[in-house]
Design a protein around this ligand. Structure first.
Ligand SMILES: N[C@@H](CCC(=O)N[C@@H](CS)C(=O)NCC(=O)O)C(=O)O
Length: 212
């Protein structure tokens, strides 16, 4: 059975969303980052980078949450009602990759810098200036996607692709930083995605569950 290392609210949510939508039997294996479980020899053998998530499918081991999403869609996409998740044409695949890289490098990277400088780094390593610059950088990129989504239901073409599932998690994270307050098209997109019956928990709900 497929194994996914990582639990909400980590980026494992990106992989969980695809596993759910594709109706793939899987086992979720918690890795407690606060207890340093990512540093065990067993886990480092799966991902020498010591990061979650990691997907193990038979002999195949994949890390990097966007790569896991693409792997699942590529291998099991025909299970998705209506098929697809990866477009048929070279052009639409290029558009999907464009938005995936945009999400990971232009939106998620500054979101992660905000997190690093707000609560991940040791207090003495945190910089309010760095956090503010990162927030500014993300805020400059959100309108690019907001503009693209005017009058659109999906990021690419007229069907769901991996880019939509990546965007939903990434924009949920952006919403946590109040970066969607002036982005009605992205907020509506996010609401539509999380209304899907197989959507995972939001980041906020996952944090609330941890604290309960
Ligand atoms: N680019 C990686 C980032 C993975 C990542 O940073 N994961 C976090 C949890 S969401 C982690 O494992 N952090 C542990 C650490 O930084 O020590 C991905 O998208 O999978």
């Amino acid at each position: 059975m497929i194994k996914l290392y990582g639990t909400p609210p980590t980026r494992a949510l990106r992989a969980m969303w695809l596993l759910n939508e594709l109706d793939l039997p899987h086992e979720i294996i918690p890795v407690d980052l606060t207890a340093g479980e990512q540093m065990t020899p067993e886990f480092l053998a799966l991902n020498p980078g010591a990061k979650l998530p990691v997907l193990v499918d038979g002999d195949m081991v994949v890390s990097e949450s966007a790569a896991i999403q693409l792997y699942l869609a590529d291998k099991y996409g025909e299970r998705f009602p209506g098929g697809g998740l990866i477009p048929d044409t070279v052009e639409d695949r290029a558009r999907m990759y464009q938005w995936l890289f945009f999400l990971m490098t232009e939106i998620e990277a500054p979101l992660w810098r905000i997190a690093l400088h707000s609560f991940v780094y040791e207090t003495e390593e945190q910089s309010a200036t760095e956090a503010a610059l990162a927030k500014r950088d993300a805020a400059r990129m959100i309108p690019v996607l907001e503009q693209h989504m005017q009058g659109r239901d999906y990021l690419v073409g007229d069907a769901l692709t991996v880019a939509d599932f990546n965007a939903a998690f990434t924009l949920d994270w952006a919403r946590e930083e109040a970066l969607l307050d002036d982005a009605p098209a992205l907020s509506a997109f996010l609401d539509r995605m999380y209304a899907r019956p197989k959507a995972p928990v939001t980041i906020a709900a996952a944090f609330a569950a941890l604290q309960a």
